[in-house]
Ligand binder design. Structure first.
Ligand SMILES: [Mg+2]
Length: 294
């Protein structure tokens, strides 16, 4: 694999984990509450409703690592094996887990069904938050990317709005990972919004919930408004709401755009050492593995 793709992939996955660790502090807080408590939060301090140590990540990064690990260990993508890794992760008593994810994985445990039934109400961001490793593994092949992005998504979330956001986010990140510009990314996003107006963020009013439409608007608003990794992440996290997931997904786009040198060294050093090591190792492996889907 081209070295520029590998470099951008490392920055994207690390940016993702850093966004998660940074954003966990302000998760479920309003913008006003954050202002009162922190003025403006500018460093990774942990805490939050999960009482994390600084640099610890949450379910977003842990599930993305589990997904990457399932591909690397088995040298292939298999929906069932990914579901097995998610289940193993759930059984390890993670610090946080979304309701739809818990419900789907319990269902898998009971009925051995590793694809969730279509559900109009499963419109949370829990599938979208696991998109980064599949973008890396697909290595620019958009057909492969769409197939595995949806397969991994449907293990827990089988919903039209979730699918739409997953595909567009993955295609956008893919443009950046393969050397495309922010302008090219914006063209992809604009075309998508023209076809699916519900996702429009041109009049963004601070929506920040875990509802996939709100999450998508927040991600794209902060990513396209920002001009650097650091400032974009600070603005994103200080907007509160589902700030770990939104922060993580913005962090991946920013990592792919501004690359590793733009990520503050302090933030990289704060990130949980094991998570850092795993992301480095898994990303290189995902980049070097030939795609194999079964
Ligand atoms: Mg989380």
């Amino acid at each position: 694999m081209e070295s520029s793709f590998i470099k951008k992939s490392i920055a994207a996955f690390l940016g993702f984990a850093i966004g998660d660790a940074f954003g966990a502090t302000t998760e479920f807080m309003t913008k006003k509450e954050i202002e009162v408590k922190y003025g403006k939060l500018k460093s990774i301090v942990g805490g939050g409703w999960l009482h994390l140590k600084p640099g610890k990540v949450t379910d977003d990064t842990e599930m993305s690592i589990a997904l990457a690990r399932s591909i690397v260990d088995n040298k292939s993508f298999s929906q069932k094996i990914v579901a097995d890794y998610f289940l193993k992760w759930m059984q390890s008593k993670p610090v946080d887990i979304g309701n739809t994810i818990r419900f789907s994985l319990i269902n898998y445990m009971k009925k051995s069904k590793y694809e969730a039934d279509y559900d109009e109400s499963s419109a949370g961001n829990g599938a979208l938050m696991r998109s980064v490793p599949v973008c890396i593994y697909a290595k620019g092949d958009v057909d492969v990317l769409k197939e595995i992005a949806l397969k991994q998504a449907h293990i827990t979330h089988n919903n039209k709005l979730s699918d739409l956001a997953v595909i567009n986010y993955c295609e956008t990140l893919n443009i950046l990972l393969t050397g495309g510009s922010k302008i090219q990314a914006l063209e992809k996003v604009s075309k998508f919004i023209n076809e699916h107006k519900i996702f429009s963020f041109s009049r963004y009013k601070g929506e920040n919930s875990g509802y996939i439409v709100d999450t998508y608007k927040a991600i794209m608003h902060f990513y396209f408004e920002g001009v650097s990794f650091k400032d974009t992440m600070i603005e994103t996290v200080n907007n509160g709401g589902d700030s770990d997931t939104i922060g993580a997904l913005v962090g991946a786009l920013c990592g792919a755009t501004y690359e590793l040198n733009s990520i503050p060294k302090k933030w990289i050093n704060k990130l949980d050492k094991n998570v850092y090591k795993e992301i480095m190792e898994l990303t290189v492996s995902l980049c070097n593995l030939r795609v194999n889907i079964f």
